[in-house]
Design a protein around this ligand. Sequence first.
Ligand code: GDP
Ligand code: MG
Length: 441
Amino acid sequence: SLKERLESIFSGLRGRGKLTEEDVQQALREIRRALLEADVNYKVVKDLVEKIRVRAVGADVLESIMPARQVSAVVYEEIARIMGEGSRGIDISPQPPTLVMMVGLQGGGKTTSSAKLAKKLSKSHKPMLVACDLRRPAAVDQLRVLAGQAGVAFFGPEASETDVVALSQRALAYAASHLIDVLVFDTAGRLAVDEEMMAELDRMKAALDPHEILLVVDAMSGQEALNVAEAFNNRLGVTGVVLSKLDGDARGGAALAVLAATGVPVKFAGVGEGLDAIEQFDPRRMAERIMGMGDMAGLVEKIKETATETDIRQMAQSFKKQRFTMDDLLAQFAQVEKMGPLDKVMEMLPGAVASKMKDLPPEALDDKRLLRMKAIIQSMTKAERRDPAIIKGSRRRRIAEGSGTTVQMVNQLLKQFEQMSELWKRFGKMGKKRSLLGGLG
Ligand code: GDP
Ligand code: MG
């Protein structure tokens, strides 16, 4: 990660006192390369590196005893600064109804994000989803189904209706007589920016005068995000960005590019396919993600909050010995139960660990399954817990019976144990390097 790279550049220099201009130049070259690899647009990188250079050659960094950490902090601050204040939701109009137009390329996540937002809004408002993607009949059905799942009102076209402006106006009239106070208009995208699409959106904008025009950008689209955002913003005047698919491998450099180029705030992040998988955008977390740090601060805090002294000591011990036993797995399950939903906890882990977690079967992250797993481990003898390799056929049957599960589930647990054990080794190494638990244990 960027942070690790900076540390390795500077580690050789510790104790040498001051850094030279040349040291800083080398670090800046690394920073530039790492940012480009995180999908940050080159123009943005150039700007950013210059700002960092100006700050890094300042006396405070050069004379610091921990220059690497200082430079990391500068990089982090500069990235976070571009990201802006963050956490701004939908601007609700004092005079209802609030009109929100969702725009973006095809497949970017407009329809899904529209439904997610409507569901989120439905806690405090009475939103309605309006299907204005009339290019494909399937698009209307998709939104209708999602509206049903979200439990919000839906308004769609009449048979063979093709005029989105007429449709939008009917939707407004319907809203007025049904106490609907927020309308979310899902629109048609294209595979690339094209004039026909823009002209249609333009006409809609002119007719509706919406309070928000939210551009949905696929976080995986990397460099392309910048051109797309510029095109939409120049033509329509975008008020906010929804960065979708941030749950994938995308490093999120797209967000930085969009923000730096257009100044349009990222308001929400899509973090999964489910209707609740949307979050208010958090610039701090995004900056950490781009630097490849994982939310280590958040994770450590969470562990501190929930773990008892003994838990921490035990965990620190396990990391040290780098050997993972069933008792560790059991303790971990208990820990996880205290911390909250497993998938949320996993999100806070650094990239390497998190991507390994993705290889686990999806059920592995199911909280109900946790209870069964615990029962299985509790049905093992001490010897079996210490050395799961001895758990063969007849033992598996006995454990399955004892825990009221099946041999198949026991097999799954043993498999998960192996995977976790592998993960543990990695995390242990990382923990040492970063002394994650050094401050705790
Ligand atoms: P549209 O063409 O812009 O309306 O895009 P859709 O809303 O139909 O989404 C395209 C695909 O991306 C669908 O399969 C969605 O389930 C998926 N998708 C949308 N948002 C997210 C997200 O935040 N995370 C993930 N993993 N998938 C998403
Ligand atoms: Mg769509």
